[in-house]
Ligand binder design. Structure first.
Ligand code: ADP
Length: 165
C-alpha cells in the first residue's frame, strides 16, 4: 500500500478547499484516506453515509484516494489503519491555535503518530463547510466553492434542485 496519509474531518460537506488538500497530499502519500469523523451532530446537512458516498463520487477517477469513517480517538484509528501520518489543512491564523492544540494532544497520546499540515491554494483558503452551507441555505451561489456533485446534492437537500442546469 506504500505510504498512507489519513485526512480526518467532518466534511459536511467536502469543499474545494478539502479537495485541494487531498490532491496536493497525493504527491507525498501513495494512498490518502479521507476519514469522516462520526460525530452525532443534529445540525449536520448530510449523514456520514451520504458524505462518504459523495466524497467517493468526487474522487471516483483516483484509485489512490479512499473514503472511510471512524469514531473514537483519531490516534487509535491511525494505528489501526497502519497509516504513516495525519494530514490537516491550514487556512488562516485562526486555524493554527486549534490545530496546534489538537496535534500536541495527539502526540501526547501517541508519540509515534505525526501530523503534516498542508496549505490550500489562495483561491480556497477562506472556504469553510459551515459558511458554504449558510450561503446555500440563504439562496446564494456556491459555484466554485464545492465540487459539482456536492453542489447538486446540497441543492436537492435544500429544495433548490430547480436551479440545477
Ligand atoms: P473539522 O470538523 O475538524 O473542522 P473539517 O471537515 O472542517 O474538520 O476540515 C478538515 C480539515 O480540513 C481541517 O484540518 C481543516 O482545517 C481543513 N480545511 C477545511 N477547509 C479548508 C480550506 N478551505 N483550506 C484548507 N484547509 C481546510
Amino acid at each position: 500500500m506504500g505510504r498512507i496519509g489519513i485526512y480526518p474531518g467532518s466534511f459536511d460537506p467536502l469543499t474545494e478547499g478539502h479537495r485541494d488538500i487531498v490532491l496536493r497530499s497525493l504527491r507525498f502519500f501513495d494512498t490518502v484516506v479521507v476519514a469522516i469523523l462520526k460525530n452525532p451532530d443534529k445540525r449536520a446537512m448530510f449523514s456520514v453515509r451520504e458524505r462518504a458516498a459523495l466524497i467517493a463520487e468526487t474522487f471516483a477517477d483516483e484509485p489512490r484516494i479512499q473514503v472511510d469513517h471512524f469514531g473514537g480517538l483519531l490516534v487509535d484509528y491511525v494505528r489501526q489503519r497502519k497509516a504513516d501520518a495525519v494530514i490537516r489543512g491550514l487556512r488562516a491564523v485562526q486555524d493554527f491555535e486549534y490545530e496546534f492544540q489538537m496535534t500536541m494532544m495527539n502526540r501526547r497520546l501517541a508519540p509515534d503518530v505525526d501530523t503534516v499540515f498542508m496549505m490550500t491554494d489562495e483561491e480556497y483558503f477562506y472556504i469553510a463547510s459551515r459558511t458554504v452551507k449558510e450561503v446555500a441555505r440563504l439562496g446564494g451561489t456556491i459555484d466554485g466553492l464545492v465540487p459539482d456533485n456536492i453542489k447538486a446534492a446540497m441543492f436537492v437537500k435544500l429544495g433548490r434542485e430547480g436551479e440545477l442546469a
